[in-house]
Design a protein around this ligand. Structure first.
Ligand SMILES: [Zn+2]
Length: 576
């Protein structure tokens, strides 16, 4: 038996401290069999790739993204590049012409922040779409915009647009009509009309999203909330992931989180701890290396830029505004502990420091009362994390999941709201590493750019759009940023034994790069190009650049001689 593949002539950053740099990799059965210098392993494989000196690193792992949301955006009219509202009307108009007269025009990627807060006019949208209903999803995820036709459809279904919405708002204009802007929970009004999506639509979104991931060197993703709440697309959303996997449409490894709303009370034997979960009692950790059920996602507060994240000291320029918890503190604790005691690891969205106080209290109590669950507990985002909180997070072994690219895109606005005392505590990096806390790589895509090499540059530079350094003490090195996206992400998702390193026994998930991002100047990290991406030993992207060479007769005969005992020992050691 031959070993499947040899990659040689590479500059490999293994992330394995016992052998940080190597030249060649032997891959068999989707895993790394051996790592070494070129000499010694050259004649052992059925196929060889000459990497021609390319840099190879472990596959990037984004531990907080929203793949279905992102993939749907790739299918919808895109508003990410508009310069003004006229552009918005043009995009909507162009998207409408190919649709039936009563079909919805759905657009995404709209960011009022980039247009000085300007919002589209409902009547202009009616005209642009030729009388079709229009749904514009904002890139923040916290609001959307409808036109007059869409609002009328909602009212026709019996909804009262003037009723108070708990945890959200239907924004009214000076003329006493809804403007079309729906905030937070009010987005449910349109979702109730159009969701759930068919599973096939979700599968197509996953196909588009994960194919895009490969082009950026991503081989693993955690989707932060499916199957319920304002962020889910169908109560059967996990089935779409499973279908996509079966059909070969899931191009990267996935660990979807289920939102709290999707869990329900479960009745078991009186002595069983399981009280809240999914039917049949399945929980965090079930699955395989391609698709595994992640933690339960719980939202504790809102967003920084919406000044709805729950902070201890009021927002600068917004007297008495501290943001708020999305549910009463006792309810939050009760819900989280019930899910935890039923076997769900918890990933709690907490941006403001007051929300993070609650998150730390709850996760610490859960761990002390019930022990550890199958995957680590996490706090998502960390928009304001005080130094005393970092100490508690370190002591409890909680994973904090910050998104440094928020700084690159929204840093000036966040710094204005937080002021000079709190900005250095925002989306920390270095102070986590100093305390020995796991630091993973993540993006919150499509809220923010999810290309890992761009996010790594943000980790290193922390530059706002205006060029200010946002919390300079939290900058990390490029090598640390690479470690975050590989070993850090593996540890955050409970996969440190199989992912994040290129060493024997680890999954053969890796990326070919055109330069070593840890040795270029920091402003050039993002310019690093992904040449090819391998998942589980298969070149799934860029394969045309690396034609597989089959062994020559000479090397075949070398394999059949007793001299290849080194190879025999290797396969005997590693192949089950
Ligand atoms: Zn998110």
């Amino acid at each position: 038996m031959l070993v499947d593949l040899l990659i040689r002539n590479a500059h490999i950053l293994t992330q394995d401290p016992s052998r940080p740099v190597a030249e060649s990799l032997l891959i068999h059965d989707g895993k790394i069999l051996d790592v070494g210098p070129d000499a010694g392993v050259a004649a052992l494989a059925a196929r060889t790739i000459d990497a021609e000196g390319a840099t190879i690193v472990p596959g990037f792992n984004d531990v907080h993204a929203h793949s279905v949301w992102f993939g749907l955006g790739l299918m919808e009219a895109g508003l990410g590049a508009v310069k003004n509202l006229e552009d918005v009307y043009d995009v909507i108009g162009n998207a409408a012409v190919s649709l039936g007269t009563d079909e919805w025009v759905v657009a995404s990627g709209f960011s009022p922040l980039l247009l000085d807060g300007e919002q589209p006019d409902r009547d202009r949208l009616d005209a642009a779409a030729g009388g079709r209903p229009v749904w514009i999803k904002h890139s923040s995820g916290h609001a959307c915009t409808l036109n007059g036709v869409a609002l009328a459809l909602i009212e026709a279904e019996g909804a009262d647009l003037r009723a108070e919405v708990d945890g959200g708002a239907v924004v009214m204009g000076p003329d006493g009509r809804p403007t079309g802007l729906l905030e937070e929970n009010a987005m449910r009004l349109v979702q109730d009309l159009l969701l759930p999506y068919p599973l096939e639509t979700i599968e197509r979104a996953l196909d588009l999203a994960t194919t895009h991931y490969l082009s950026e060197g991503i081989t693993s993703v955690t989707d932060a909330g499916i199957a319920g709440g304002w962020i889910g697309h169908s109560p059967q959303e996990f089935a779409a992931y499973q279908n996509a996997k079966d059909k070969g449409l899931l191009s990267v490894r996935m660990q979807p989180m289920v939102v709290l709303d999707a869990l329900r009370p479960l009745q078991g034997h009186a002595t069983d701890a399981v009280t809240k979960g999914l039917d049949t009692g399945i929980r965090t950790g079930l699955g395989d290396d391609w698709l595994r059920l992640g933690p339960v996602k719980i939202f504790s507060d809102g967003s920084l830029l919406g000044s709805t994240a729950y902070v201890t000291e009021e927002y600068v320029g917004c007297t008495h505004n501290h943001g708020y918890l999305q549910m009463d503190a006792d309810k939050l604790r009760d819900a989280a502990l019930k899910a935890y005691s039923s076997g769900w690891a918890v990933a709690m969205h907490a941006i403001g420091d007051h929300a993070i106080d609650h998150a730390i209290d709850i996760l610490t109590e859960a761990q002390e009362t019930f022990g550890l669950n199958a995957l680590p507990n996490r706090i998502e985002h960390g928009g304001v994390v005080r130094p005393d909180q970092l100490d508690r997070i370190a002591a409890a072994g909680i994973v904090l999941v910050p998104q440094p690219h928020f700084i690159t895109e929204f840093g000036d606005g966040m710094a204005r709201l937080l002021g000079p005392k709190r900005t250095p505590w925002s989306y920390p990096g270095k102070s986590l590493l100093d305390r020995g806390v796991v630091l993973p790589g993540s993006s919150d895509r499509p809220v923010s750019n999810g290309r890992p090499l761009d996010v790594m540059q943000s980790f290193v530079e922390r530059l706002t759009p205006s060029g200010e350094v946002y919390g300079p003490a939290e900058r990390i090195t490029a090598a640390e940023a690479l470690a975050a996206y590989t070993t850090g992400s593996a540890a955050a998702t409970g996969a440190e034994g199989i992912k994040g390193r290129l060493s024997p026994g680890y999954l053969a998930d890796l990326v070919f790069l055109d330069q070593d991002p840890t040795t270029v100047k920091s402003s050039a990290i993002g310019a690093t190009q992904v040449l090819a991406t391998m998942v589980g030993g298969d070149l799934r992207w860029g394969a045309d650049k690396y034609p597989l060479q089959t062994p020559t007769e000479e090397s075949e005969s070398a394999l059949s001689t007793p001299a290849s005992t080194e190879y025999a020992a290797l396969t005997a050691k590693e192949t089950p």
